[in-house]
Design a protein around this ligand. Structure first.
Ligand code: ZN
Length: 370
């Protein structure tokens, strides 16, 4: 088997793997605790390459390249500044930085950020996160502004100073292994809920049920502090969206673009509920049975929802959010049967089926394009 020696590198990028492939390698020799960037890992899997490394004193594995504990140990042989620079300037980091710049513009154009507010991050390796700098409008971001920090918030690379709110993102990365990107901002409608101590009701709009569902509300703490960052810990495993009391919102996802989508879906939903509330008529709800279809779809897509753990959805107490009684919309009158969608007086079952199908198609298309 033809081997390609990458043992001189602590950080292995896609470019290194491609060089090995071009040289006809079937096996990569790597040093123990080498850091492989996500694209490098993907390329290794796609090309069917095997990895051979020295025994790792962290996990005691031998010959496996020890991808799983890459960079996660505080060892005396931690990567050097130039090795972290290599990560921040790798081809995949450049793509991520461009995505962050594009998402920053979207946040600003949708008026989700003002002044230098909001921040965006992406976890590029086990213990390395790319993030936006402090004191910069999200409309004016440049790829060269981006910073690289470890999971304790220590800046590893980048000339600009990191955002002071990165600690909030880092608590999410530590708590949720699936979280690859976080977007934090101050969209007016979602923030209106956050300053009144309310979360939006559920079981109303299919897109919101599938992408977001139950939103959490974390207690107020001074922004930028460790104590503030830790307020989200109890919620983030089962919620991809958390309203931050008297502050704004944070969403996590598998990509930067998807995390920004979740902000959009939540803010538009909050806005829609406010408008509907002004009409004065009760809001119609999707029936528990039909909402169960959406939750099943959500489960298949691997999206978190606190309601996945509830086995009996027959009683639609879910819409009332009992722990947050301030839900703004009116719940249908149970005595009259209510104007629930799929129930008597509401939209027909086939209408709801059509809605569920269109949401399914949109979600599948979105996932196929990432
Ligand atoms: Zn903020």
């Amino acid at each position: 088997m033809k081997s390609f020696d990458l043992r001189q590198f602590r950080v292995i990028t896609l470019e290194d793997v491609e060089n090995a492939v071009r040289a006809g390698a079937k096996e990569l020799l790597v040093q123990s605790r080498a850091i492989l960037t996500p694209s490098a890992k993907d390329a290794i899997t796609a090309k069917g390459l095997s990895i051979k490394g020295g025994s790792c004193d962290v996990c005691a594995s031998t010959g496996g390249g020890c991808v799983s504990c890459s960079g996660s140990s505080a060892s005396s042989s931690a990567p050097t500044a130039s090795e972290w620079d290599k990560i921040l300037n790798s081809p995949e980091a450049e793509k991520i930085k461009e995505e962050i710049v594009a998402v920053g513009k979207k946040l600003w154009m949708r008026q989700y950020v003002d002044g230098n507010g909001g921040n965006i991050s992406y976890r590029i390796a086990e213990n390395a996160v790319i993030c936006t700098p402090t004191l910069t409008s999200k409309a004016d971001l440049k790829t060269t502004d981006m910073c690289l920090v470890d999971l304790d918030g220590k800046q590893l690379a980048g000339s600009a100073a990191r955002t002071s709110e990165i600690l909030l993102h880092l608590e999410i990365y530590k708590a949720v292994p699936e979280a690859k990107s976080c977007v934090h901002c101050h969209p007016a409608h979602a923030t209106a809920y956050a300053i009144t101590g309310r979360v939006p009701i559920t079981c109303v709009i299919p897109e919101f049920e599938v992408f977001i569902g139950k939103v959490a509300l974390s207690p107020y703490e001074t922004p930028g502090t460790k104590k503030f960052a830790e307020t989200v810990i109890p919620y983030v495993k089962k919620h991809n969206t958390v309203l931050l009391a008297n502050h704004g919102i944070i969403c996590w996802a598998d990509t930067v673009t998807h995390a920004e989508w979740f902000v959009e879906v939540t803010d538009t939903y909050c806005w829609t509920l406010m408008l509907a509330n002004q009409l004065g008529s009760p809001i119609t709800h999707i029936t528990p049975e039909k909402n169960d279809d959406l939750l099943e779809l959500k489960k298949k897509l691997g999206l978190p929802d606190a309601r996945h753990d509830i086995t009996d959805l027959q009683e639609c107490a879910l819409c009332d959010l009992p722990e947050f009684p301030g839900g703004i919309a009116v719940v249908p009158n149970p005595i009259s049967g209510g104007p629930a969608i799929g129930g008597s007086g509401g939209a027909s079952g086939s209408d709801v089926d059509a809605i569920v199908k269109s949401v399914t198609d949109a979600v599948m298309a979105a996932l196929g394009s990432k």
